[in-house]
Structure formats: structure tokens, C-alpha cells
Design a protein around this ligand. Structure first.
Ligand SMILES: [Zn+2]
Length: 274
């Protein structure tokens, strides 16, 4: 069953866990081709601190730094209360979906998260109306993209979050300068090309970024550039090419809302990019 197109501007936000900017720019053939041919813009973005996943998942979606939203450790597992791209989209009648780690379900859907109850969600009243959540960071990126592709075919959401774990998992195992990490990033870039081509044809704009990067010993959390610098691509932006102006992670949420044609809450102070 195909979902009905709402006619609103639509966005897929891809968050690749633990993918640093340098590796992304070196390995992403399709996105770099779009960038040099004038169809996409990309920035080197500095992530907030601490450069950790759960704090920055919520930063990416709320536009607030961890010091403001209070989730400053992966071990602080609480439901989020702040406005996010999801809450603004729902308040404006837009359809939302996610193919993501269950940590996003814990933030935005159900806490405690019970896999058998919450791993597949189709609930028109939920903040994330259509959710497909995986429970282990060993889940292959390919399965996460297939689940996202299925959600788009079935439900045609206006906003879909795709969060893929492999770069972080492999980066921790082999380090951020390893051949394994580069290959994993390259395969993620290929998945983005395969699915992104279809999604662009269906009228989606595509935003690709990471929560944080990965240093040479396979770690992140602090201030090293390899852990803090992440890619930020917008396919279908007003500007194009490799941008040299500094970009801050607080810009992700307001930029996505702007692409969706939705109001940006006053608390989201980041500059709209693109
Ligand atoms: Zn990590």
C-alpha cells in the first residue's frame, strides 16, 4: 500500500553515527558529485560537547546544546521534554517517521523501551507516528536503510529520520583512521546514493550529517577535531558547493524545519544553513 503524498515539503534526515567530516568527504562519491555539480551544499560542522551519541541525538533534533537540554551522558536515559523537529512537525499536522536506534525511541516515544512492544510503531497520535527501531548497534546499515525505504513507500512521511550505526560501531573496533572505518563509511555513502536517488525523485530534500566523529584510537566524547568535525550536506539547498564558513550543530534542527516550511521555535538559536 503506497502512502499518499501530503503535498508539503518533505525531508529525509540521515544521521550516520560516529562519522567524521574528513572521512565522509573522502569516501562519499555520490554526495561529493552532487556538491561539485551544484546540486548540493556541504559544510564542515562542529558538533556540540560532550561529543557523545545520546546527548547529540537530542541536540540534532532540538537545536539545543547538551548543557541546555541536560542530557550530558549516554547514561542519562530520560524522555526528552524540549521541542524538536518531530514535535513542531506534528503540531503543524505533518506526518513523521524514523528508522533508528532504540535510543531515539527512548528519547521520543517510550521510556522504558520494551522491544517487543515498541520496536514497530504505527500510531497516528505518537510524536514519531511510524517508528522502526533496532536494539543493537551491530544492526547492519543496509537493514536500517531498507526499513526507511519501506516506511517511505508505505506512509510517505513528510519528515523521516534515518539513523545508521555502523560507522560508530566499526570506528570503536578499529579506529577512525582504519581501512575498516573508511570502507564502512563508503558503504554508507553508497546506500545514501541508492535510496537518495529515489527519494529525491519523489520530492524529498536530503540532509546528511553525523552526531559526532571518531578519533584514531576509536574514541570520542571530548574536543579533538576528529571527534568534533562532522559532515553536513543539504541536497536541494539554495546554495551549492563546498562551503567554507564555519557551521555549528545547533543549525541542524532549524535548517530541517526551514526545509520543511515550518516555523523555527525561538529556543532554536542556530543559523539556518542552505
Ligand atoms: Zn560511539
Amino acid at each position: 500500500m503506497a502512502g499518499r503524498d501530503s503535498g508539503f515539503p518533505k525531508v529525509v534526515l540521515v544521521v550516520l553515527d560516529g562519522l567524521g567530516a574528513e572521512t565522509a568527504f573522502a569516501e562519499f562519491g555520490w554526495l561529493e558529485a552532487l556538491t561539485v555539480s551544484g546540486r548540493a551544499a556541504r559544510w564542515t560542522m562542529t558538533c556540540c560537547l560532550p561529543s557523545l551519541s545520546r546527548p547529540l541525538y537530542h541536540t540534532v533534533l532540538s537545536g539545543l546544546p547538551p548543557l541546555a537540554h541536560g542530557i550530558v551522558s549516554n547514561e542519562i536515559n530520560v524522555p526528552a521534554r524540549e521541542e524538536t523537529v518531530f514535535t513542531v512537525a506534528r503540531a503543524n499536522g505533518r506526518k513523521t517517521a524514523a528508522s533508528a536506534s532504540h535510543w531515539f525511541a527512548e528519547l521520543y516515544h517510550a521510556n522504558p523501551y520494551v522491544p517487543a512492544e515498541h520496536r514497530e510503531v504505527d500510531d497516528p497520535q505518537a510524536v514519531i507516528q511510524h517508528g522502526r527501531y533496532y536494539s543493537t548497534f551491530d544492526c547492519p546499515d543496509e537493514e536500517v536503510f531498507h526499513a526507511a525505504g519501506s516506511l517511505i513507500r508505505r506512509h510517505a512521511p513528510d519528515f523521516l529520520l534515518l539513523h545508521a550505526p555502523a560507522c560508530d560501531t566499526i570506528g570503536h573496533r578499529f579506529g577512525g583512521q582504519s581501512a575498516e572505518y573508511r570502507r564502512t563509511a563508503s558503504m554508507a555513502g553508497d546506500l545514501i546514493a541508492r535510496y537518495g536517488t529515489d527519494w529525491l525523485e519523489q520530492g524529498y530534500r536530503l540532509v546528511v550529517t553525523a552526531d559526532h566523529g571518531m578519533d584514531d584510537i576509536g574514541w570520542h566524547g571530548g574536543t579533538r577535531p576528529a571527534a568534533r568535525q562532522v559532515p553536513f550536506y543539504v541536497v536541494g539547498a539554495r546554495v551549492s558547493g563546498a562551503q567554507t564558513a564555519p557551521a555549528d550543530q545547533l543549525s541542524v534542527a532549524p535548517t530541517v524545519l526551514s526545509l520543511l516550511g515550518l516555523p523555527v521555535p525561538a529556543g532554536m538559536t542556530g543559523v539556518v544553513l542552505g
